[in-house]
Design a binder for this molecule. Structure first.
Ligand SMILES: C[S@@+](CC[C@H](N)C(=O)[O-])C[C@H]1O[C@@H](n2cnc3c(N)ncnc32)[C@H](O)[C@@H]1O
Length: 266
């Protein structure tokens, strides 16, 4: 729910042009849910709220860009692991060219589908829902039988390392061309001062919401873990690389360096 609100807040509170325009996900929330999250965000320092709005927009935009690029490369499936309230299948102009698979914890997915029905948002024919608890997921259950683009964003931090490694190994076993975009939280010791405040703020918020952070990594550990899983190529995108790609000429947009995004290819 928080991710949905932050993506919409990027459009509401940051000046255009926006990195991502997603005000649809947030519509799945009730007024009360939205208001509870807005109240929580209002307790954050303004620069922390601004950096979270941006990081949520950037990570989703990157995954969607890779999914769309994948169409020309023959990857016509887009799998969202821990999809949450993602709205790609309903919102993106090129969603119809892909088979979209939303994998999520059964509880989250059941709730989302109920809300979609209540809001009159039909499930597109090219969208498939797969309920899986990724904390105990036999890799075969991901059904990665064809080369796909996978987005695994905002999830690894809620899983223990062992579970993250098991899922990565399953993905690295998928057909050649499979492309994963995944983010990891950097260990607190690796953060400079402004980013430490971002971390402390988010840690408090997620812990209060009953979803504590379970794993953080150094940059070297991310690289080792992905290489150990068996990916053929690994590109690590830190805040600087992401800012070069999406925020060039926008000094008003400051990405936090609390997260690393990896693009790993089989
Ligand atoms: C912060 S949300 C991120 C949602 C979405 N990927 C995004 O970027 O907006 C975390 C997601 O991870 C999912 N998740 C957490 N633990 C999980 C588990 N054990 N198995 C499957 N999904 C899980 C939650 O259900 C939720 O959809």
């Amino acid at each position: 729910m928080g991710s949905a609100v932050l993506r919409a807040a990027h459009v509401r509170e940051d000046p255009p042009p926006w990195i991502l325009e997603d005000t649809l996900s947030e519509q799945l929330l009730s007024d009360e849910e939205r208001s509870t999250i807005h109240k929580e965000i209002a307790t954050w320092p303004p620069e922390v709220a601004a950096s979270f709005r941006l990081s949520h927009a950037v990570r989703t935009r990157l995954a969607e860009d890779l999914a769309v690029e994948g169409i020309a490369a023959g990857r016509d499936r887009y799998v969202l692991l821990g999809a949450g309230l993602d709205s790609f299948a309903w919102r993106h102009p090129q969603a119809g060219a892909l088979e979209v698979v939303e994998v999520d914890h059964p509880a989250t997915q059941t709730w989302k589908r109920r809300r979609l029905a209540e809001r009159g948002l039909q499930e597109p024919a090219n969208l498939r829902f797969v309920p899986i608890d990724l904390a105990q997921c036999p890799p075969a259950s991901l059904e990665l039988s064809v080369a796909a683009t996978l987005s695994w964003l905002g999830v690894t931090m809620y899983l223990e390392r062992g579970a993250v490694k098991a899922v990565l190994a399953g993905i690295a076993d998928a057909p050649a061309g499979t492309t994963l975009v995944v983010n990891f939280l950097l260990e607190e010791g690796d953060l400079g001062e402004p980013d430490r405040l971002v971390r402390v703020t988010s840690q408090g918020t997620v812990a209060r919401s009953g979803e504590p952070i379970r794993s953080t990594y150094t940059r070297g550990e991310c690289e080792e873990m992905l290489a150990g899983a068996g990916f053929a190529s690994i590109e690590i995108l830190d805040a600087e690389a992401l800012a070069d790609r999406y925020c060039s000429g926008r000094p008003d947009l400051q990405l936090p360096a609390t997260t690393l995004i990896a693009v790993a290819r089989v």
